[in-house]
Write a protein that binds this ligand. Sequence first.
Ligand code: NAP
Length: 256
Amino acid sequence: MASRVAIVTGASQGIGRSTAIRLARDFSSVVIVARNRENLDQVAIEVRRAGAEALVVDLDLSAPEAAQQVVDRTLAAFGKIDALLNIAGAVPQIDVFDMTDEQWERGFALKLHGARRLTMAAWASLKKTGGSVVLMSGNSALFPKAPYAAVGTINAAIVALAKAFSERGITDGVQVNSVLPGPVMTGRRRSYLEHWAPLHDMTVEEATEKFPAEAGIARYGTPEEIAGLMAFVVSPAAHWMTGSTLRMDGGEVKSV
Ligand SMILES: NC(=O)c1ccc[n+]([C@@H]2O[C@H](COP(=O)([O-])OP(=O)(O)OC[C@H]3O[C@@H](n4cnc5c(N)ncnc54)[C@H](OP(=O)(O)O)[C@@H]3O)[C@@H](O)[C@H]2O)c1
């Protein structure tokens, strides 16, 4: 396999973890980024088992200096960057009338600005390799809801940001897309259901069972299914696809 280097953020659990392990089949080195060192060390074992070198970078991506540190450590270890998958996100799930300025800022700091800074810090390296960037959004960008207003707002901003980066990428030779999953069963989805259940007069167990039908889908997605889409988007087969907004949602969005 030719040497190819991917950075995956949010890789300590959920969709990011599955993506890092999936990319180990196509990339020679995978840099896994999040805060929880113990979880990242476990993911590193699985990445190596799947065939790639793994580098653990444990830091808080909402800190302004974090992006450059990720890029510096990647280049020191592997010398190049071919793909950057910005998956980390932890936007507070709070009603639009209850959310404080600090909570809004915390949501933007990680998911939007963390991804924006890392994309900028990696750009010169991505230009050299003709590389790929993915920014993780979510279906809520298309139907923001009052009880979780920041989630839809920030996901919509990410779609716009990816489009802006992709325009520069046309001249710089860097491919940029955003991905919008529907409901995928992860720790974050479980915490969403804990908010959703009392709003619908259900226990969390009832809500977990009934939510797919309420959302108009047959079942939850799996992190591995989204990881498969991620692997395709950053593969040579998809390299002419740029500036696109890719949904994988079990049919949750009903419009064309
Ligand atoms: N699950 C869904 O249904 C769904 C649907 C649409 C979109 N999404 C999006 O997909 C992405 C992944 O979601 P998920 O469901 O897999 O969530 P998850 O299981 O909660 O994983 C979130 C990841 O982000 C990392 N993270 C959180 N805060 C961080 C920080 N300050 N610095 C660095 N890393 C941080 C977490 O690691 P540490 O805690 O170790 O830092 C973890 O690896 C998110 O952007 C989410 O909005 C998910």
